[in-house]
Write a protein that binds this ligand. Sequence first.
Ligand code: MF3
Ligand code: CO
Length: 251
Amino acid sequence: MLKTPEEIKTMREGGRRLAAVIQALKEKTEPGVATRQLDRLAYRLIHGAGAKPAFLRYRPAGARHAYPYTLCISLNDVVVHGQPSGRVIADGDLVKLDLGLVYGGLYVDAAVTVAVGAPGRREEKLVNATKEALKAGIAAARPGSTLGDIGAAIEKTVRKHRFTVAEGLTGHGIGRALHEEPTVWNFGKPGSGAKLVPGMTLAIEPMVAAGGGELRQLLDESWGTADGSPAAHFEHTIAVTQEGPLVLTEI
Ligand code: MF3
Ligand code: CO
């Protein structure tokens, strides 16, 4: 599902707005704040930016229920799809903020991990490695490369730091819907899979565990590491262009 240059321009505008909202949420991710306060803030800021939440009432493939919140907020060993609640953020929490919006009829999606207060050395390394993996994945997203090149770049970076790609969770095409073809795996063989062409818009999102990559689904349908080890997640929506990858979800 290729996007026109005009559509990519609109997604860039939406992406700028999303990046600004995430930045504001990061600044409020501090001890004493309940995760549902951040959800409410995300809702207000997205509407204030002339956009709509992308996750609210969305039903992910395989989920039994529509998602009832604006923000996915996943703490510590929870990797993704954590639900806002009365849980109060504490010093040392590893907080994943995952947020999407619809602007001008087009979807953008991004995620960051915030280490609150004084994180452990292992958590700090995990966050940096996951950020580096996203950067490597994005750098591989150029015309003539393949989906396998993106996955291989992510996997190689994660392994270099002796961490593990979370099993079964992937990035995705995005634009006219939150989740479009293709599936963007966080591992792969260089040169394998579909060729990347200008006009593709992809959500690239390494999800990385400090311990084993096996996951378990929790009662609220979020995904946590099976061994309880901490996990990190970074995500950008990008466009493949003639000139190379264009990050849409930054200011
Ligand atoms: N952020 C998730 C993704 O990147 C989507 C969350 S879907 C929700 O695919 F329904 F849980 F919000
Ligand atoms: Co996504």
